[in-house]
Design a protein around this ligand. Structure first.
Ligand SMILES: Nc1ncnc2c1ncn2[C@@H]1O[C@H](COP(=O)(O)OP(=O)(O)OP(=O)(O)O)[C@@H](O)[C@H]1O
Length: 295
């Protein structure tokens, strides 16, 4: 019967089901061709006909339901569920309240805002991990969340995790072999690659995750604070890598609390506050307004 779990058993694509946002149906730049005609009635999006849209976020609302106790809905006992909702203490957190924008090719968009303003929620919705309560997200291809963290296993060596991460990104074994050395070198882990990942410092682990994820040519890349990890030298190199991805026709979204990272990596910035879109424009202007607001 079932023997010990082998390395191959761990690589089961069914364990990582991926949801895809509604596709943009054509690369054509006209508005009619990129949004389904039935959506136009409710859409307020303005698409620049001279540019190629890659992601469109249309009046996006996201809500979470939590018990006042802090437990996620769904974990409670049946007795509690039999009580009417009003006495159960279920609270709805309206995390995003009508976010709309069109992201184009070659854009690198920084998302900024105070703690709890909805930045990670926006990225999760763009990736398809969190469904919209209202509105929609359209994307030209499946957005990839930088970070293959979920696919990696701390008890395995860095080397084996490169295989795991590479396969999770959709490479075959032969392609992983070709990339192995480069990933190890980029992560600066040549001397540690045979050790279990759990023995790595948090910076070393983060470098490995970044190196694996950045090895793939992404069309739409989503980075959540990845640049905040690692030391200054690695941060510089990861910023350069993000610029490289952007230049090769991809679109990058970056959430960061580091305004310097945003200024160095992004050519557009969206500021969200308490789930509301406050500003969308060039990073210098938006960051200045945000910093004024924080004072
Ligand atoms: N899984 C969840 N269940 C319930 N509420 C959630 C969940 N995730 C986020 N929230 C709530 O949604 C709001 C937005 O959270 P989010 O993590 O998107 O903010 P953020 O801007 O990324 O914050 P930070 O800068 O602190 O990382 C917050 O009020 C948060 O408490």
């Amino acid at each position: 019967m079932a023997g010990p779990i082998s390395f191959d058993d761990l690589i089961n694509p069914d364990l990582h089901p991926e949801y895809e946002p509604a596709p943009i149906f054509s690369d054509d730049t006209s508005f009619i061709d990129v949004i389904r005609p039935e959506d136009i009635k409710t859409s307020t999006l303005q698409v620049d006909p001279a540019r190629v849209p890659v992601v469109m976020v249309d009046n996006l609302h996201v809500k979470y339901q939590v018990y006042s106790s802090g437990k996620a809905v769904g974990n409670a006992g049946a007795r509690r569920l039999l009580q009417p909702a009003s006495t159960r203490g279920i609270r709805t957190v309206h995390a995003l309240k009508g976010i709309s924008f069109v992201a184009y090719e070659n854009e690198s968009i920084g998302i900024i805002g105070s703690n709890g303003s909805g930045k990670s929620t926006l990225l999760r919705a763009i990736t398809g991990l969190t469904p919209p309560a209202a509105g929609a997200v359209y994307a030209r291809s499946r957005p990839s969340l930088l970070g293959v963290g979920a696919a990696l296993i701390p008890d395995l060596s860095g080397d084996k995790n490169i295989t795991l991460g590479g396969l999770a990104l959709g490479y075959n074994r032969q392609q992983v072999e070709q990339m192995r050395e480069e990933i190890t070198k980029f992560a600066e882990l040549e001397d540690f690659i045979d050790l279990p990942m759990r023995t790595y410092s948090s910076g070393m682990g983060a470098r490995l995750k970044f190196a694996i994820a950045a090895s793939k040519q992404h069309d739409i890349l989503i980075v959540d604070e990845a640049l905040a990890v690692g030391d200054a030298k690695f941060r510089k190199r990861s910023e350069a890598k993000i610029r490289e991805i952007r230049e090769s026709a991809g679109t990058v979204f970056l959430v960061s609390h580091s305004m310097n990272s945003i200024k160095e990596t992004c050519n557009r910035c969206i500021w969200i506050e308490k789930g509301v879109q406050k500003m969308d424009g060039d990073p210098e202007t938006v960051i200045e307004a945000y910093q004024k607001h924080k004072k």
